[in-house]
Design a protein around this ligand. Structure first.
Ligand SMILES: Cc1cc2nc3c(=O)[nH]c(=O)nc-3n(C[C@H](O)[C@H](O)[C@H](O)COP(=O)(O)O)c2cc1C
Length: 169
């Protein structure tokens, strides 16, 4: 199978996951390419596109939305992945319009993967300052959450991403 792992990653978390997915796809012909480095006219040449993004303001990167407008031929199969820092799931929601576009173009959705990615967009000092402005009860909760997500995606997350890749084939 000719497979494209196609992703946007602002601070590197989604890129780590993309690389692990590629590892899981071992034995296939895989291109691992950043979102803006692909010619959108070539998307239809792949048997499977695995499209991923970090979540920013509840949405996938605008770079992906811009690219979507330029695709003319869709692949027969597509799968999605994302990394985010909040406890909620973004799999269906953030990709809703994109999924619809792929499906209208004839693609079948064959998989979805998501995991936590530490928010590296806010400097540690700023995070501490934000934390100190919260009421004590909320401060405790937020601190616990920060500890939970520190260093993610971790080795376990990346192993799961690799498995996700393998299960796609
Ligand atoms: C500007 C910005 C906005 C973000 N908005 C959200 C959000 O709405 N929900 C969420 O769960 N995480 C949010 N995050 C956290 C990122 O989704 C998370 O850290 C992700 O792993 C980033 O992926 P990347 O390193 O590939 O860019 C945001 C991060 C940044 C920098």
């Amino acid at each position: 199978m000719k497979i494209l792992v196609w992703y946007f990653s602002g601070t590197g978390n989604t890129e780590k996951v993309a690389k692990s997915i590629q590892e899981g796809l071992q034995g296939q012909e895989v291109d691992l390419i950043k979102i803006n480095d692909v010619d959108p006219a070539k998307i239809g040449e792949y048997d499977l596109v695995v499209l991923g993004s970090g979540i920013y303001g509840g949405m996938v990167s605008k770079n992906i939305l811009t690219m979507m407008k330029k695709i003319t031929d869709f692949p027969p199969k597509v799968a999605f992945f994302n990394t985010h820092s909040s406890p909620m799931s973004y799999s269906g929601k953030a990709f809703k319009r994109i999924i619809k576009k792929f499906e209208t173009g004839g693609a079948k959705v064959v998989g979805n993967f998501e995991c936590i990615g530490e928010n590296l967009g806010i400097p540690k000092e700023k995070q501490e300052e934000m934390l100190s402005n919260l009421p004590p009860a909320e401060q405790e909760k937020a601190k616990k959450r920060m500890e939970e997500i520190e260093g993610r995606p971790n080795a376990e997350d990346l192993e799961k991403a690799k498995e996700f890749g393998t299960n796609l084939i």
